[in-house]
Design a protein around this ligand. Structure first.
Ligand SMILES: CC(=O)N[C@H]1[C@@H](OP(=O)(O)OP(=O)(O)OC[C@H]2O[C@@H](n3ccc(=O)[nH]c3=O)[C@H](O)[C@@H]2O)O[C@H](CO)[C@@H](O)[C@@H]1O
Ligand SMILES: C=C(OP(=O)(O)O)C(=O)O
Length: 430
């Protein structure tokens, strides 16, 4: 199993290209099931989750080629991938495939809308909380679906004439359930209104792509989304938006080590709240023509309190990384997690590096220390793993991160991107 070896102490200086967003690419890929035509996605990151979803879509009958080649004939990055689901050959998404990744459950929306039925295993994914699917079930039921859970599978059927436009107000914001309801409603009879919708940029990116495919969606990116159902969708070409979580992660890494880095091919407006927190921690951040410049020289890291919230709040997917940064702040900070009830698994691992963190309910208190010391640590989930990398970059000596398959789910070429900026980071394959 691969591990990542970091020798801390180097500043980061240079340019880091930001990849397409995993959390946009996944729903966009799933949207290809809505049409018998070809959906072409550009700027798709090369990640374990993308590969897994390619397998899942293939199981439903999608024909997939990468950069004009059949998948696995050659490797490349920032890929253009063509998805054609001329016929759906199976409306079942089996446990063996879906249990590995939460987002694969989302195929339920397109399958139900296009084929009138779907049998999808209850999802797996990062162990960061219970992550139920009640909101998906309520939302799809509001479009007329009949849903039962049996033997670990969600069995959904649409009325004889297809899904029917409806109104559903989420009692709690859910990114995934918003994606699914929006996709399902594109092919429903009549108009659907989704209230308290997730406002994440990835939802707006999916709507933009669906509209390019012929859907009639307005309001995506706001709390109310209106979808006028259409008979069928066509193919389209769409570029996946930049990964705001990867952007924030590297910005925090630079704030941690000090240095001067340009994050290229990204957009600061995707992560205003997180950038503001990093600024308050002592880094200078400015927009460039194609991204963000982040500089920290001289003064140390200042303690900053944050609370995670749905967009436009501070993203839960950057919480672990910000905690990594705060371990070396000159004072006490507090981090409150409001989205997932069990997203503090990195605390005990950061402690191995010398961090002083105590937990009280959903709030972590971090007493900054002046030095961290390298140690063997274990990645417990995707963002937790990269918080250990951030801490390791500023720790004295060697940090060895095991279970990096978590990291490979969401960070494309991390070692290469950091090494190019002067860090000592390498992958060790046993
Ligand atoms: C692939 C992807 O894009 N994943 C992101 C997506 O996950 P995901 O879409 O799974 O997260 P949700 O927004 O659905 O979850 C938010 C909260 O709602 C709860 N909930 C959700 C659905 C449901 O039916 N019932 C319910 O109670 C969840 O347990 C959680 O407490 O948004 C999260 C919140 O920004 C991010 O951390 C994930 O990185
Ligand atoms: C939690 C994440 O992903 P997922 O929802 O796929 O588990 C994440 O991207 O941080």
């Amino acid at each position: 199993m691969d591990r990542i070896r970091i020798v801390g102490g180097n500043q980061l200086n240079g340019v880091i290209p930001i990849s397409g967003a995993k959390n946009a690419a996944l729903p966009l890929m799933i949207a290809s099931l809505l049409t018998d035509d070809t959906l072409t996605l550009e700027n798709v990151p090369h990640l374990a989750d993308v590969e897994q979803l390619i397998r899942i879509l293939g199981n439903h009958g999608a024909d997939i080629s990468v950069n004009g080649r059949r998948e696995r004939q050659g490797e490349s990055y920032a890929r253009t991938i063509h998805f054609t689901s001329r016929n759906i050959v199976s409306t079942t998404a089996p446990y063996e495939l879906v249990s590995k990744m939460r987002a694969s459950f989302w195929v339920i929306g397109p399958l139900l809308a296009r084929e009138g039925k779907a049998r999808v295993s209850l999802p797996g994914g990062c162990a960061i909380g219970t992550r139920p699917v009640d909101l998906f079930i309520e939302g799809l039921t509001a479009l007329g679906a009949n849903i039962e859970i049996d033997g670990g599978y969600v069995n959904a059927t649409a009325p004889a004439g297809g899904l029917i436009g409806g109104r559903y107000v989420f009692p709690k914001v859910s990114v995934g359930a918003t994606h699914v309801l929006m996709m399902a409603a594109t092919l429903a009879n009549g108009t659907t209104v989704i209230g308290n919708a997730a406002r994440e940029p990835e939802v707006a990116d999916l709507a933009k792509c669906l509209n390019a495919m012929g859907a009639k969606i307005s309001g995506a990116g706001t709390g109310t989304i209106t979808i006028e159902g259409v008979r069928s969708l066509s193919g389209a070409r769409h570029r996946v938006l930049p990964d705001r979580i990867e952007t924030g992660t590297y910005a925090m890494a630079v704030a941690m080590t000090g240095g001067d880095v340009i994050l290229e091919d990204t957009d600061p407006s995707l992560l205003d709240t997180a950038l503001e927190a990093i600024r308050r921690a002592g880094a200078e951040i400015s927009a460039t023509n194609s991204g963000i410049r982040i500089v920290r020289n001289g003064p140390g890291i200042r303690p900053v309190d944050i609370v995670t919230d749905p967009f436009p709040g501070f993203p839960t997917d950057l919480q672990a990384q910000f905690m990594g940064l705060m371990t070396k702040a000159g004072g006490v900070s507090h981090i409150t997690e409001t989205i997932f009830e069990n997203r503090f698994m990195h605390v005990q691992e950061l402690a191995r590096l010398g961090a002083r963190i105590s937990l009280a309910g959903q709030t972590a208190k971090i007493e900054g220390v002046s030095r961290l010391k390298g140690a063997p640590v274990m990645a417990t989930d995707l963002r937790a793993s990269v918080s250990l990398v951030i801490a390791g970059l500023a720790a004295e000596g060697e940090t060895m991160v095991s279970r990096v398959y978590h990291l490979d789910r969401g960070f494309e070429r991390l070692e290469e991107k950091l090494t190019r900026c002067g860090a000592h980071v390498e992958r060790v394959s046993d």
